[in-house]
Design a protein around this ligand. Structure first.
Ligand SMILES: NCc1[nH]cc(CCC(=O)O)c1CC(=O)O
Length: 323
């Protein structure tokens, strides 16, 4: 008798299928069980509204989470940056595997870098975080650009540049790497000018609390795929986001990394930014602390930085805080 397959719930976009396929292989290696992909359509996939309008938080994950709770799938893979910061009691964030490149990139016509864009260049992004930082960068260089709200999958977004409708678009490096489109990148944006979204480049593997698949305790098994350094970093980043009371479509960037002295890791640094979408005002701060050894220590770094950012007026820049 063949062993029963583990059911992995996934969105059906090319990106979701690529990252779910990768996790499916790893789980198959780990357990010896076949892993079957179960495609689930989320509201974020079917709605044609702009993310800022549909409320942002959770639109790509709610349907997957419902399937987990109902036991229709055994585990699910999400882009961590799309996952709301509140963790439902019925679900466990079983693993955060090693992160991909967290940076944002520019894909521009004619191989242009950001600073080479012409006067009045039209740059596509639907993300208030990217808008705020792009506009601030442009102001700093006395460039005039126009940010144009767009949405759609990776191919659609690259298509706006191909068709000549836009001069450039900004996307996450990780997504492009995962779908094999990295050769389209014309500039990797420095995190000094473009802090990524909290959790960007990382995946989240989630299952229902206490769930067993034919005797296999899933949370414990999947925990083998966890990368503690990535987990600590994204915990700090998401705690920053939560403490700012912001969601994934708020103009908030955050990135934690480890600072080393030679080979020896000394500290964790957390950088954060909040900006007005026109880039006229940014609150950008960073903090460092001992390398966290627990969830609470990592989360404390985010809470601390959020308090400092709020003291510098971050709340006023976030506009609709419900977003
Ligand atoms: N909001 C869409 C989204 N969610 C996850 C990624 C890919 C990058 C990642 O895994 O962090 C993207 C595309 C993008 O921002 O360009």
């Amino acid at each position: 008798m063949t062993e029963k397959a583990l059911r992995l719930g996934t969105r059906r976009s090319k990106l979701a299928m690529a990252q779910s396929g990768q996790v499916a292989d790893a789980v198959h290696q780990l357990t010896g069980r076949p892993v079957e992909l179960v495609e689930i359509t989320t509201y974020g996939d079917t709605s044609r509204e702009h993310l800022a309008q549909i409320g942002g938080t959770g639109v790509f994950v709610a349907a997957l989470r419902e399937a987990l709770v109902r036991g229709e799938v055994d585990f699910a893979v999400h882009s961590l940056k799309d996952l709301p910061t509140a963790q439902p009691d019925e679900l466990v964030l079983a693993a955060v595997p090693a992160r991909e490149d967290p940076r944002d990139v520019l894909i521009a016509r004619d191989g242009l870098r950001f600073e080479e864009l012409p006067e009045g260049a039209r740059v596509g992004t639907g993300s208030p975080r990217r808008m705020a930082q792009l506009n601030a960068y442009a102001r700093g260089h006395r460039m005039a650009i126009e940010t144009v709200p767009i949405r759609g999958n990776i191919d659609t977004r690259i298509g706006f540049v191909r068709s000549g409708e836009l001069d450039a678009v900004v996307l996450a490096a990780a997504g492009l790497h995962r779908v094999g489109r990295s050769d389209e990148v014309t500039e990797y944006l420095s995190v000094d000018t473009m802090l990524p979204a909290p959790g960007q480049g990382a995946l989240a593997i989630e299952c229902a609390a206490g769930h067993e698949a034919d005797g296999l305790p899933l949370a414990a098994v999947l925990a083998e795929l966890d990368d503690p350094a990535t987990r600590a970093a994204v915990t700090a980043e998401r705690s920053l986001l939560a403490a700012l009371e912001a969601g994934c479509s708020a103009p908030v960037g955050g990135l934690a990394d480890l600072l080393a002295d030679g080979q020896v890791v000394k500290e964790m640094r957390l950088r954060g930014v909040v900006g007005s979408p026109d880039g006229s005002a940014l609150v950008q701060l960073s903090t460092t602390g001992p390398v966290p050894t627990t969830h609470d220590e990592a989360a404390a770094l985010g809470t601390e930085l959020a308090a400092e950012m709020l003291a510098k007026g971050a709340a006023g820049l976030m506009g609709e805080r419900a977003l």
